[in-house]
Design a protein around this ligand. Sequence first.
Ligand code: TEU
Ligand code: CA
Length: 552
Amino acid sequence: MNKTWWKEAVVYQIYPRSFCDSNGDGIGDIQGIISKLDYLKRLGIDIIWLSPIYQSPNDDNGYDISDYQDIMKEFGTMNDFDELLEEAHKRNIRIVMDLVVNHTSDEHKWFVESKKSKDNPYRDYYIWKDPKDGKEPNNWGSWFGGPAWEYDQETNMYYLHIFSKKQPDLNWDNEKVREEVFDMMTWWLDRGVDGFRMDVISLISKEPELPDGEVMGRFGDLVPFCAHGPKVHEYLKEMNQKVLSKFDIMTVGEAACVTLEEAKKYAGFDRNELDMVFQFEHVETRGGDYGKWDDKPTPLVELKEIFDKWESGLEGIAWNSLFWSNHDQPRAVSRFGNDSPEFREISSKMLGTCLHFMKGTPYIYQGEELGMTNANFNQLEQYRDLEAINSYHELVVQGGLAPEKMMDFLKYRGRDNARTPMQWDDNTNAGFTSGTPWIDLNSNYTEINAKIQLNNKKSVYNYYRELIRLRHEKDVIVYGSFHMLLKEDPSIFAYERVLNKQKLTVVCNFTEHHVNCDAVPEGAKVLVSNYDNSGNKLLKPYEAVVFEEIIS
Ligand code: TEU
Ligand code: CA
């Protein structure tokens, strides 16, 4: 048992734009975050992962950075940031920054220079190619719609952008780019930040030949040539040696498209690359005709297979990161639980239990601790996310998909579901802002908000608080081995955790029905449960129980 602080920690993700607005411009900001640190301290979390707060024209809400060493004007100043860091550290909360270095904004000075001419010293900071037969250099499609290449008239060449055309991909094969990024990272670490969540870090090394991809829909698939490319591990080892290894920090790679075998390379204990990766198999929708757009839940047996594969597969080799949601995903309770008034709270607690007792570091996405639900937007005009807007255009306007169908897809899968403002109280705009919020609130804030929940012992918030407290108290939750139970059961998610003589059995009913559960141990003590009188073999709707035993 190799004790490590980031294994024992619970991470809380803040999407600053939607967290708390301190000055009434409708946009969350750093002073807003500072004003809520006591709320987070009370919840008990150890680490904040801050989605990007750097200078940005906000084509993709800060994931398009125009200056890595400055703060977004709407969010505040560098002084505000230093104050946040100091106030967080005073409360023993660490701060992990988002590091977005697969691409920059097209307004970053490197790109502004790069675009000027073929012989500009910054030209090679990005991926420029000549036209092929008067068209794009290859058939790749951008993940945000349209081709992955943008034409520049001035120099008659194309640049690569896996995301929006305002997010040109950096050329990591250029040593100068790596040096600039490493220096920038060191600058933040010297300032006192506690680590990085690395945005699409799995995409930084591209196959130099840039071959056409298999056509899916209108464009070719770039994944086989960009995900886990030829030099990604070499570059991460270099980053580790030159930067990461010099600090006591936590790193987690957003490893889009990662497989178990690749994850072992990114995060293997003996690899000197990253501490953990995010894998996405349990939140990706597969097999649909419209890429990620789908409105069907994943069957529980499949979901369990995925978790089991990652839990067993990384045992002793690398560390898991555990999450139901983030700023790119719908709300956990709306997707994996049941957000009807009857079952919303109970199923939110069930999901929290199921996730927090598995082996790995749990991540809570802001509002999840209140059981916040999907946005339920009925008008396209309510959506702000460029992915939603571009996809609507591509699939409905150009592709002929029925608009109602697309609206259903957006309601189920759209990223703005997670981006509606935090619901602090039942005042105007849920206490998020005194002005006009940049995106509509969920109209259910009078029923779901922090103020009601803080004072209610039975709230989702106080249940999460208990889950976090238990993690800090019991080594078996952090370090125990994991064994999936009842693999074929279509209704129950059950597993055991064992450390020395301590054993936990976790049983979670994922349905709104009563279900009989053979994994309930005889005579074991109930450690925590989302119902008052738990312990029976017959599980109530969305019941979750953790049993504790001493074994010989
Ligand atoms: O997301 C990367 C990524 O894989 C997304 O394209 C994801 O597939 C999509 O959002 C699911 O709908 C990261 C960030 O988390 C995301 O917010 C950014 O937009 C993206 O990178 C570009 O920086
Ligand atoms: Ca503000």
